[in-house]
Design a protein around this ligand. Structure first.
Ligand SMILES: Cc1ncc(COP(=O)(O)O)c(C=O)c1O
Length: 400
């Protein structure tokens, strides 16, 4: 009998973690390796947020809380959605989970029955399909193209919907492509969804505040109020407030869904860390002035990386609207041979040969469901990015 459950056997381990592990192994062996695989901001949690956590500890706010979040945090989340997204919720429509990832997982476990389908546009954040599989559902992929800036077209969405479709997962700005949907593009998708009342929408807005130039962030329940009653608008403090380790994510949606997610939490994780919840109250209610300068910094890094990658032979790098990732194509290098005599047959070969030859760790596109591409996280200093991009240019020039 297998130790792993049937559900777990359908799941693959995270490719992003595997790349990070390989990079660390090479570093331990004395190699000079630059890892561009990590998905977290490279700056510290702001001091006012840390102080709020310390205060919470001192004041003894260290006990169990309501399973899906303290009322003060739910109120801060309600205020955030009203202030930033023009969305009106009651606190009874809010879920707080131990990270953005568990919000999605709880929603899937709460709602999927065997055979239920979840539409996942590719390239996708690595965890979506596996969370769907763990919850007993079936991911249905809709491929996008670099030409469409990795955004799903309404007609492709329409073609993927069946009577078994339970959810569409949207992610804007996207991990891994950085692509963000305009209001008009969201309206195009909403028009399709309005024709299929059985389909719910989970929108993962985790990178909402990492938006560049004059691009205006929009979220689907705001664009199309007709979808409000079947949309779970998910977000979190991890990326915007540099709080990846604190583990607080949240969402708002229809009450019956929020209740179902609470039921899952009540028999699994219970509440998110009490101290982190108080820190998140400060994050959402406190000063927001560092968010725009941070986005500007990421924008200058994006410009640097896009420009240097487009100077590399055989690579093509679209310019994303947000997040801190680029998703360049390595199609021009497929079939070429490296200095060590290896043929680059696919994007996974490209990533592993790049790591071997130049010590730059990136994640291959197949891990995100769309080849031949790779993902770079540019959440690191300009000096490191320049060094990494020079190495990538050298590697691309060296293959024949
Ligand atoms: C698109 C997307 N959603 C959700 C998450 C998860 O966030 P958290 O760290 O709060 O669980 C991530 C983290 O990498 C992400 O990239």
């Amino acid at each position: 009998m297998s130790l792993e459950s049937a559900a777990l056997r359908r799941v693959k381990p995270s490719a992003t973690l595997a790349v990070t592990a390989k990079a660390r192994e090479l570093q331990r062996a004395g190699r000079n390796v630059i890892s561009l695989g990590a998905g977290e901001p490279d700056f510290d949690t702001p001091d006012n947020i840390k102080e709020a956590a310390i205060r919470a500890i001192r004041e003894g706010k260290t006990k169990y809380t309501d399973v899906d979040g303290i009322p003060e945090l739910k109120a801060a989340i309600v205020a955030k959605f009203a202030r930033e997204n023009g969305l009106t919720y009651k606190t009874s429509q809010v879920n707080v989970s131990p990270g953005g990832k568990p919000v999605i997982y709880n929603a899937m476990v709460a709602t999927l029955s065997p055979g239920d389908e979840v539409i996942v546009p590719a390239p996708y954040w690595v965890s979506y399909p596996d969370m769907v599989l763990l919850a007993g559902g079936e991911p249905v992929f809709v491929n996008t193209t670099a030409g469409d800036n990795f955004k799903v077209r309404p007609e492709a969405l329409e073609a993927a919907i069946t009577p078994r479709t339970k959810w569409l997962i949207l992610n804007s700005p996207s991990n891994p492509s950085g692509a963000a949907y305009t209001r008009a593009e969201l309206q195009g998708l909403a028009d399709v969804l309005l024709r299929h009342p059985q389909v719910w929408v989970l929108t993962d807005d985790m990178y909402e505040h990492l938006i560049f130039g004059d691009f205006e962030f929009a979220t689907i329940a705001q664009v199309e109020p007709g979808l409000y009653d079947r949309t779970l608008t998910m977000n979190g403090v991890s990326k915007a407030y540099s709080m990846t380790g604190w583990r607080i994510g949240y969402a708002a949606g229809p009450e019956p869904l929020i209740k179902a997610m609470q039921k899952v939490m009540s028999q699994s994780t219970s509440n998110p860390c009490s101290i982190s919840q108080w820190a998140a109250v400060e994050a959402l209610n406190g000063p927001q002035d560092f968010i725009k300068p941070n986005a500007k910094l990421f924008e200058s890094r994006r410009d640097l990386v896009v420009s240097m990658l487009n100077q590399a032979r055989g690579l093509h790098c679209p310019t994303p609207e947000g997040a801190f990732y680029v998703y360049p194509s390595c199609e021009g290098l497929i079939g070429k041979t490296t200095q060590s005599g290896k043929v680059i047959g696919n994007d996974e070969d490209f990533a592993s040969e790049l790591l071997e030859a130049e010590g730059v760790a990136v994640v291959h596109g197949a891990a995100f469901g769309l080849s031949p591409f790779f993902r770079i996280s540019y959440a690191t200093s300009n000096a490191i990015l320049e060094d990494a991009c020079q190495r990538i240019q050298r590697f691309c020039a060296s293959v024949k």
